[in-house]
Design a binder for this molecule. Sequence first.
Ligand code: XMP
Ligand code: MG
Length: 183
Amino acid sequence: MDSSHMGADLERVLVSETEIETRLGELAEEIAKEYEGKDLLLVGVLKGAVMVMADLMRALPMTAPVDWMAVSSYGSGTKSSGVVRILKDLDADISGKHVLIVEDIVDSGLTLSWIKANLESRNPASVEICTLLRKPDAAKVEVDVKWVGFDIPNEFVVGYGLDYAEQYRGLRQVGTLAPHVYS
Ligand code: XMP
Ligand code: MG
C-alpha cells in the first residue's frame, strides 16, 4: 500500500508534509542553538516518534547520538491509562547527558510526564521534550514541553509515525481517519 493510497482513508489532513518539513527545520535550528557545545542525547519513544526523529536529526545542524525507549501506556483502545510499562529501555547510561526526548504527540500528557520523571531520576544534566504534535484540550497533567511542532484539536490522528491498530504510520501527513475505516 503506497502513501497516496493510504491517503484515501483520511478524512481530513491536519498537518501536511510540507508543513512538517518546514516546522521541523525551525525546531532543529532552535534546538541546535540551545545545545551548542553540550553533550546532547536524543531519546526517541518507539514506535510513533520514528518519523519525527528521522527528519529532526537530519535537519539538526549538529551531530548527536540517538537512543530509543519503548513504553506501553494504552491497555486497549485509544485512551491513555496512565499506567506505563517499559517495553524497551535505553541502551546506555544517561548520567551527565543533556537528554532531549523526541515524541510524536502529547495527548493526555500522562505517558510523557512519566517518561520525563523516569529519565530525570537517572541523574542526567537535563531533560527536555520536543514533540511534533500536542492536543492542548486533552491535557490531564501539566508537562513542560519545550518544543512543540503543532497544537492540534482533540481528535484521534494518524500518519507520520502515528497509527491506528498499527496501520498508517507510513503516511507523510497527519490527519483524521474517515469513519469507514473504523467500521
Ligand atoms: P498520552 O495520552 O499519554 O499519549 O499523552 C501517549 C501516547 O499515545 C499515543 N497517542 C496517539 N496515537 N493518534 C495516535 O495514533 C492519536 O491521536 C494519539 N494520541 C495519543 C501516542 O503514541 C502517544 O505517545
Ligand atoms: Mg508515542
